[in-house]
Design a protein around this ligand. Structure first.
Ligand code: CP3
Length: 357
C-alpha cells in the first residue's frame, strides 16, 4: 500500500506545509550496503547509470530504507559530456576521468548537442521506470550539472584543485570559453526538457565549481548560463510549472544574484548561516540545506543536535519567507553511517512541525 507524499513539491510551490521536507544529496551511494551490492552486480558505475532497471533499484533504496520525502534520479552530471563523445570512466581512487578531454579550439568547435533519445535515452528510460515504481509515493527530482561545472570537467579531463586549464581558457580565450558554455547550455536545456517529458517533477542544477570563481567571473561564466537555463525552463510549456533549484557550492556571497534568476529554490552549503540567508532572500526562494555532511559519519547524538541546530537556524516559517527543505550542505559521504540517516530523518520529522504552526 502506498501513501502519496507530495510535501516536497508543495513546499517548493510556496504552499504552507505541516513540517520541513527532507532529502539528502547523494542519498543513493556507497555508504549504503544495498547500493554497493547493486554496483558490484553492475560491474562498474557507468553500466549502473546506463541500465534503467539497476538505476531504478538504487534510486528507490534510500526511499524504502529511510522514508525520505523525495527521490533523486540515479545518474551523474557527467552523462552529457559522455554523450558528446568525451568517454567517461570512473577510476577507482581517482574519480571521474574523460578519455577524450577537450584539447583546444578544434575539439570545442566540433561539439554538438547530443540526441536526447539516441545518446541519452537510457536516462529517460530510467526516469519513466522510476516514476512507475515510485507510484507517487514521493516526487522524483531530475538534475544536471551547471554549464560552468560541466565545462570544467570537460577541459580539465577530471577533478582539479586549481582549475588551471579551464581558467586558462576562460582568461586567455574568453570567446572560445563562451562557445563551449553555449553548446553545453543548449545541451543542458534539452536534457532537462527531456527529463521533464519523461516524468521528473522538479529540477536541480549542481554548480559544484561555481565557488572557485571570482565574483566577476562567476557572473559572466556561470550565473549567466544558469540564468539562460531558468529562463528556458520557465518559458517552456511542459516545464514552466516544474520547480527548479540552483546550488552553487561556495556561492554564499551570491545568493541575491542567484535568487534574481527567477529560480524557485537555492541550495546552501554548510558554510552559510541559514538564518542570514533567510534574511537576505526573504520570500523569493525556498532554501535547501545545509548540515555539514561529515556529521553523518559521527554519532547519532551529534546528528540529532546538528539537525536541530539547522532547523533552529531557519526558525519559524512565516509570511515573509518561502520555507526550508532539509538537506546536507553537500553530498553524503561514503563513510556515513546508515543508522545516522534514520536519526536524521526522525529528527527532522519530529522536531520540525513546531516551525510550521
Ligand atoms: O544524489 C543522488 O543520489 C543521485 C545521484 C548522483 C550521483 N552524482 C551519483 C554518483 C548525483 C546527483 C550526482 C551529481 C554529481 N556528480 C555532481 C554534483 C553534485 C556534487 O556532488 O557536487 C558531481 C560534481 C559529479 C561528478 C562525480 N561523479 C564525481 C566527482 C564522482 C566521484 C566521487 C565519488 O563519490 O566517488 C562521481 C561518481 C558518482 N556519482 C558516484 C555516485 C553514487 C560514486 C560511484 C561509485 O563509486 O559507485
Amino acid at each position: 500500500m502506498h501513501t502519496k507524499n507530495d510535501l516536497y513539491l508543495r513546499a517548493l510551490r510556496g504552499e504552507r506545509v505541516e513540517r520541513t521536507p527532507i532529502w539528502v544529496m547523494r542519498q543513493a551511494g556507497r555508504y549504503l550496503p544495498d547500493y554497493r551490492a547493486t554496483r558490484a552486480r553492475a560491474g562498474d558505475f557507468l553500466t549502473l547509470c546506463k541500465t534503467p532497471e539497476m538505476a531504478c533499484e538504487v534510486t528507490l533504496q534510500p526511499i524504502d530504507h529511510f522514508g525520505l520525502d523525495a527521490a533523486i534520479l540515479f545518474s551523474d552530471i557527467l552523462t552529457i559530456p559522455d554523450a558528446m563523445g568525451l568517454e567517461l570512466v570512473l577510476e577507482e581512487g581517482v574519480g571521474p576521468v574523460f578519455q577524450k578531454p577537450l584539447m583546444g579550439a578544434a575539439d570545442i568547435n566540433e561539439l554538438a548537442v547530443p540526441d536526447m533519445h539516441a545518446d541519452l535515452g537510457y536516462v529517460m528510460d530510467a526516469v519513466a521506470l522510476i516514476r512507475r515504481e515510485l507510484n507517487d509515493r514521493v516526487p522524483l527530482i531530475g538534475f544536471t550539472g551547471s554549464p560552468w561545472t560541466l565545462a570544467s570537467y570537460m577541459v580539465e579531463g577530471k577533478g582539479s584543485k586549481d582549475f588551471a586549464k579551464v581558467k586558462g581558457l576562460m582568461f586567455g580565450e574568453p570567446e572560445l570559453m563562451h562557445t563551449l558554455l553555449n553548446v553545453v547550455t543548449d545541451a543542458v536545456i534539452e536534457y532537462l526538457r527531456a527529463q521533464v517529458r519523461a516524468g521528473v517533477q522538479s529540477l536541480m542544477v549542481f554548480d559544484t565549481w561555481g565557488g572557485m570563481l571570482s565574483t566577476a567571473a562567476f557572473k559572466t561564466f556561470s550565473l549567466a548560463y544558469m540564468q539562460r537555463i531558468v529562463t528556458a525552463i520557465k518559458s517552456d510549456s511542459d516545464c514552466k510549472d516544474v520547480p527548479i533549484v540552483l546550488f552553487t557550492k561556495g556561492g554564499g556571497q551570491w545568493l541575491e544574484m542567484l535568487a534574481d534568476t527567477g529560480c524557485d529554490g537555492l541550495g546552501l552549503d554548510w558554510t552559510i548561516d541559514i538564518a542570514q540567508a533567510k534574511q537576505r532572500v526573504g520570500d523569493r526562494v525556498i532554501l535547501q540545506g545545509n548540515m555539514d555532511p561529515v556529521v553523518m559519519s559521527t554519532t547519532g547524538a551529534a546528528v540529532e543536535s546538528q539537525a536541530r541546530a539547522v532547523l533552529d537556524g531557519y526558525g519559524q516559517v512565516g509570511a515573509q519567507d518561502r520555507g526550508h527543505i532539509f538537506n546536507l550542505g553537500h553530498g553524503i559521504q561514503p563513510t556515513a553511517k546508515p543508522d545516522n540517516m534514520r536519526v536524521l530523518v526522525e529528527t527532522v520529522k519530529s522536531y520540525s512541525p513546531s516551525f510550521h504552526s
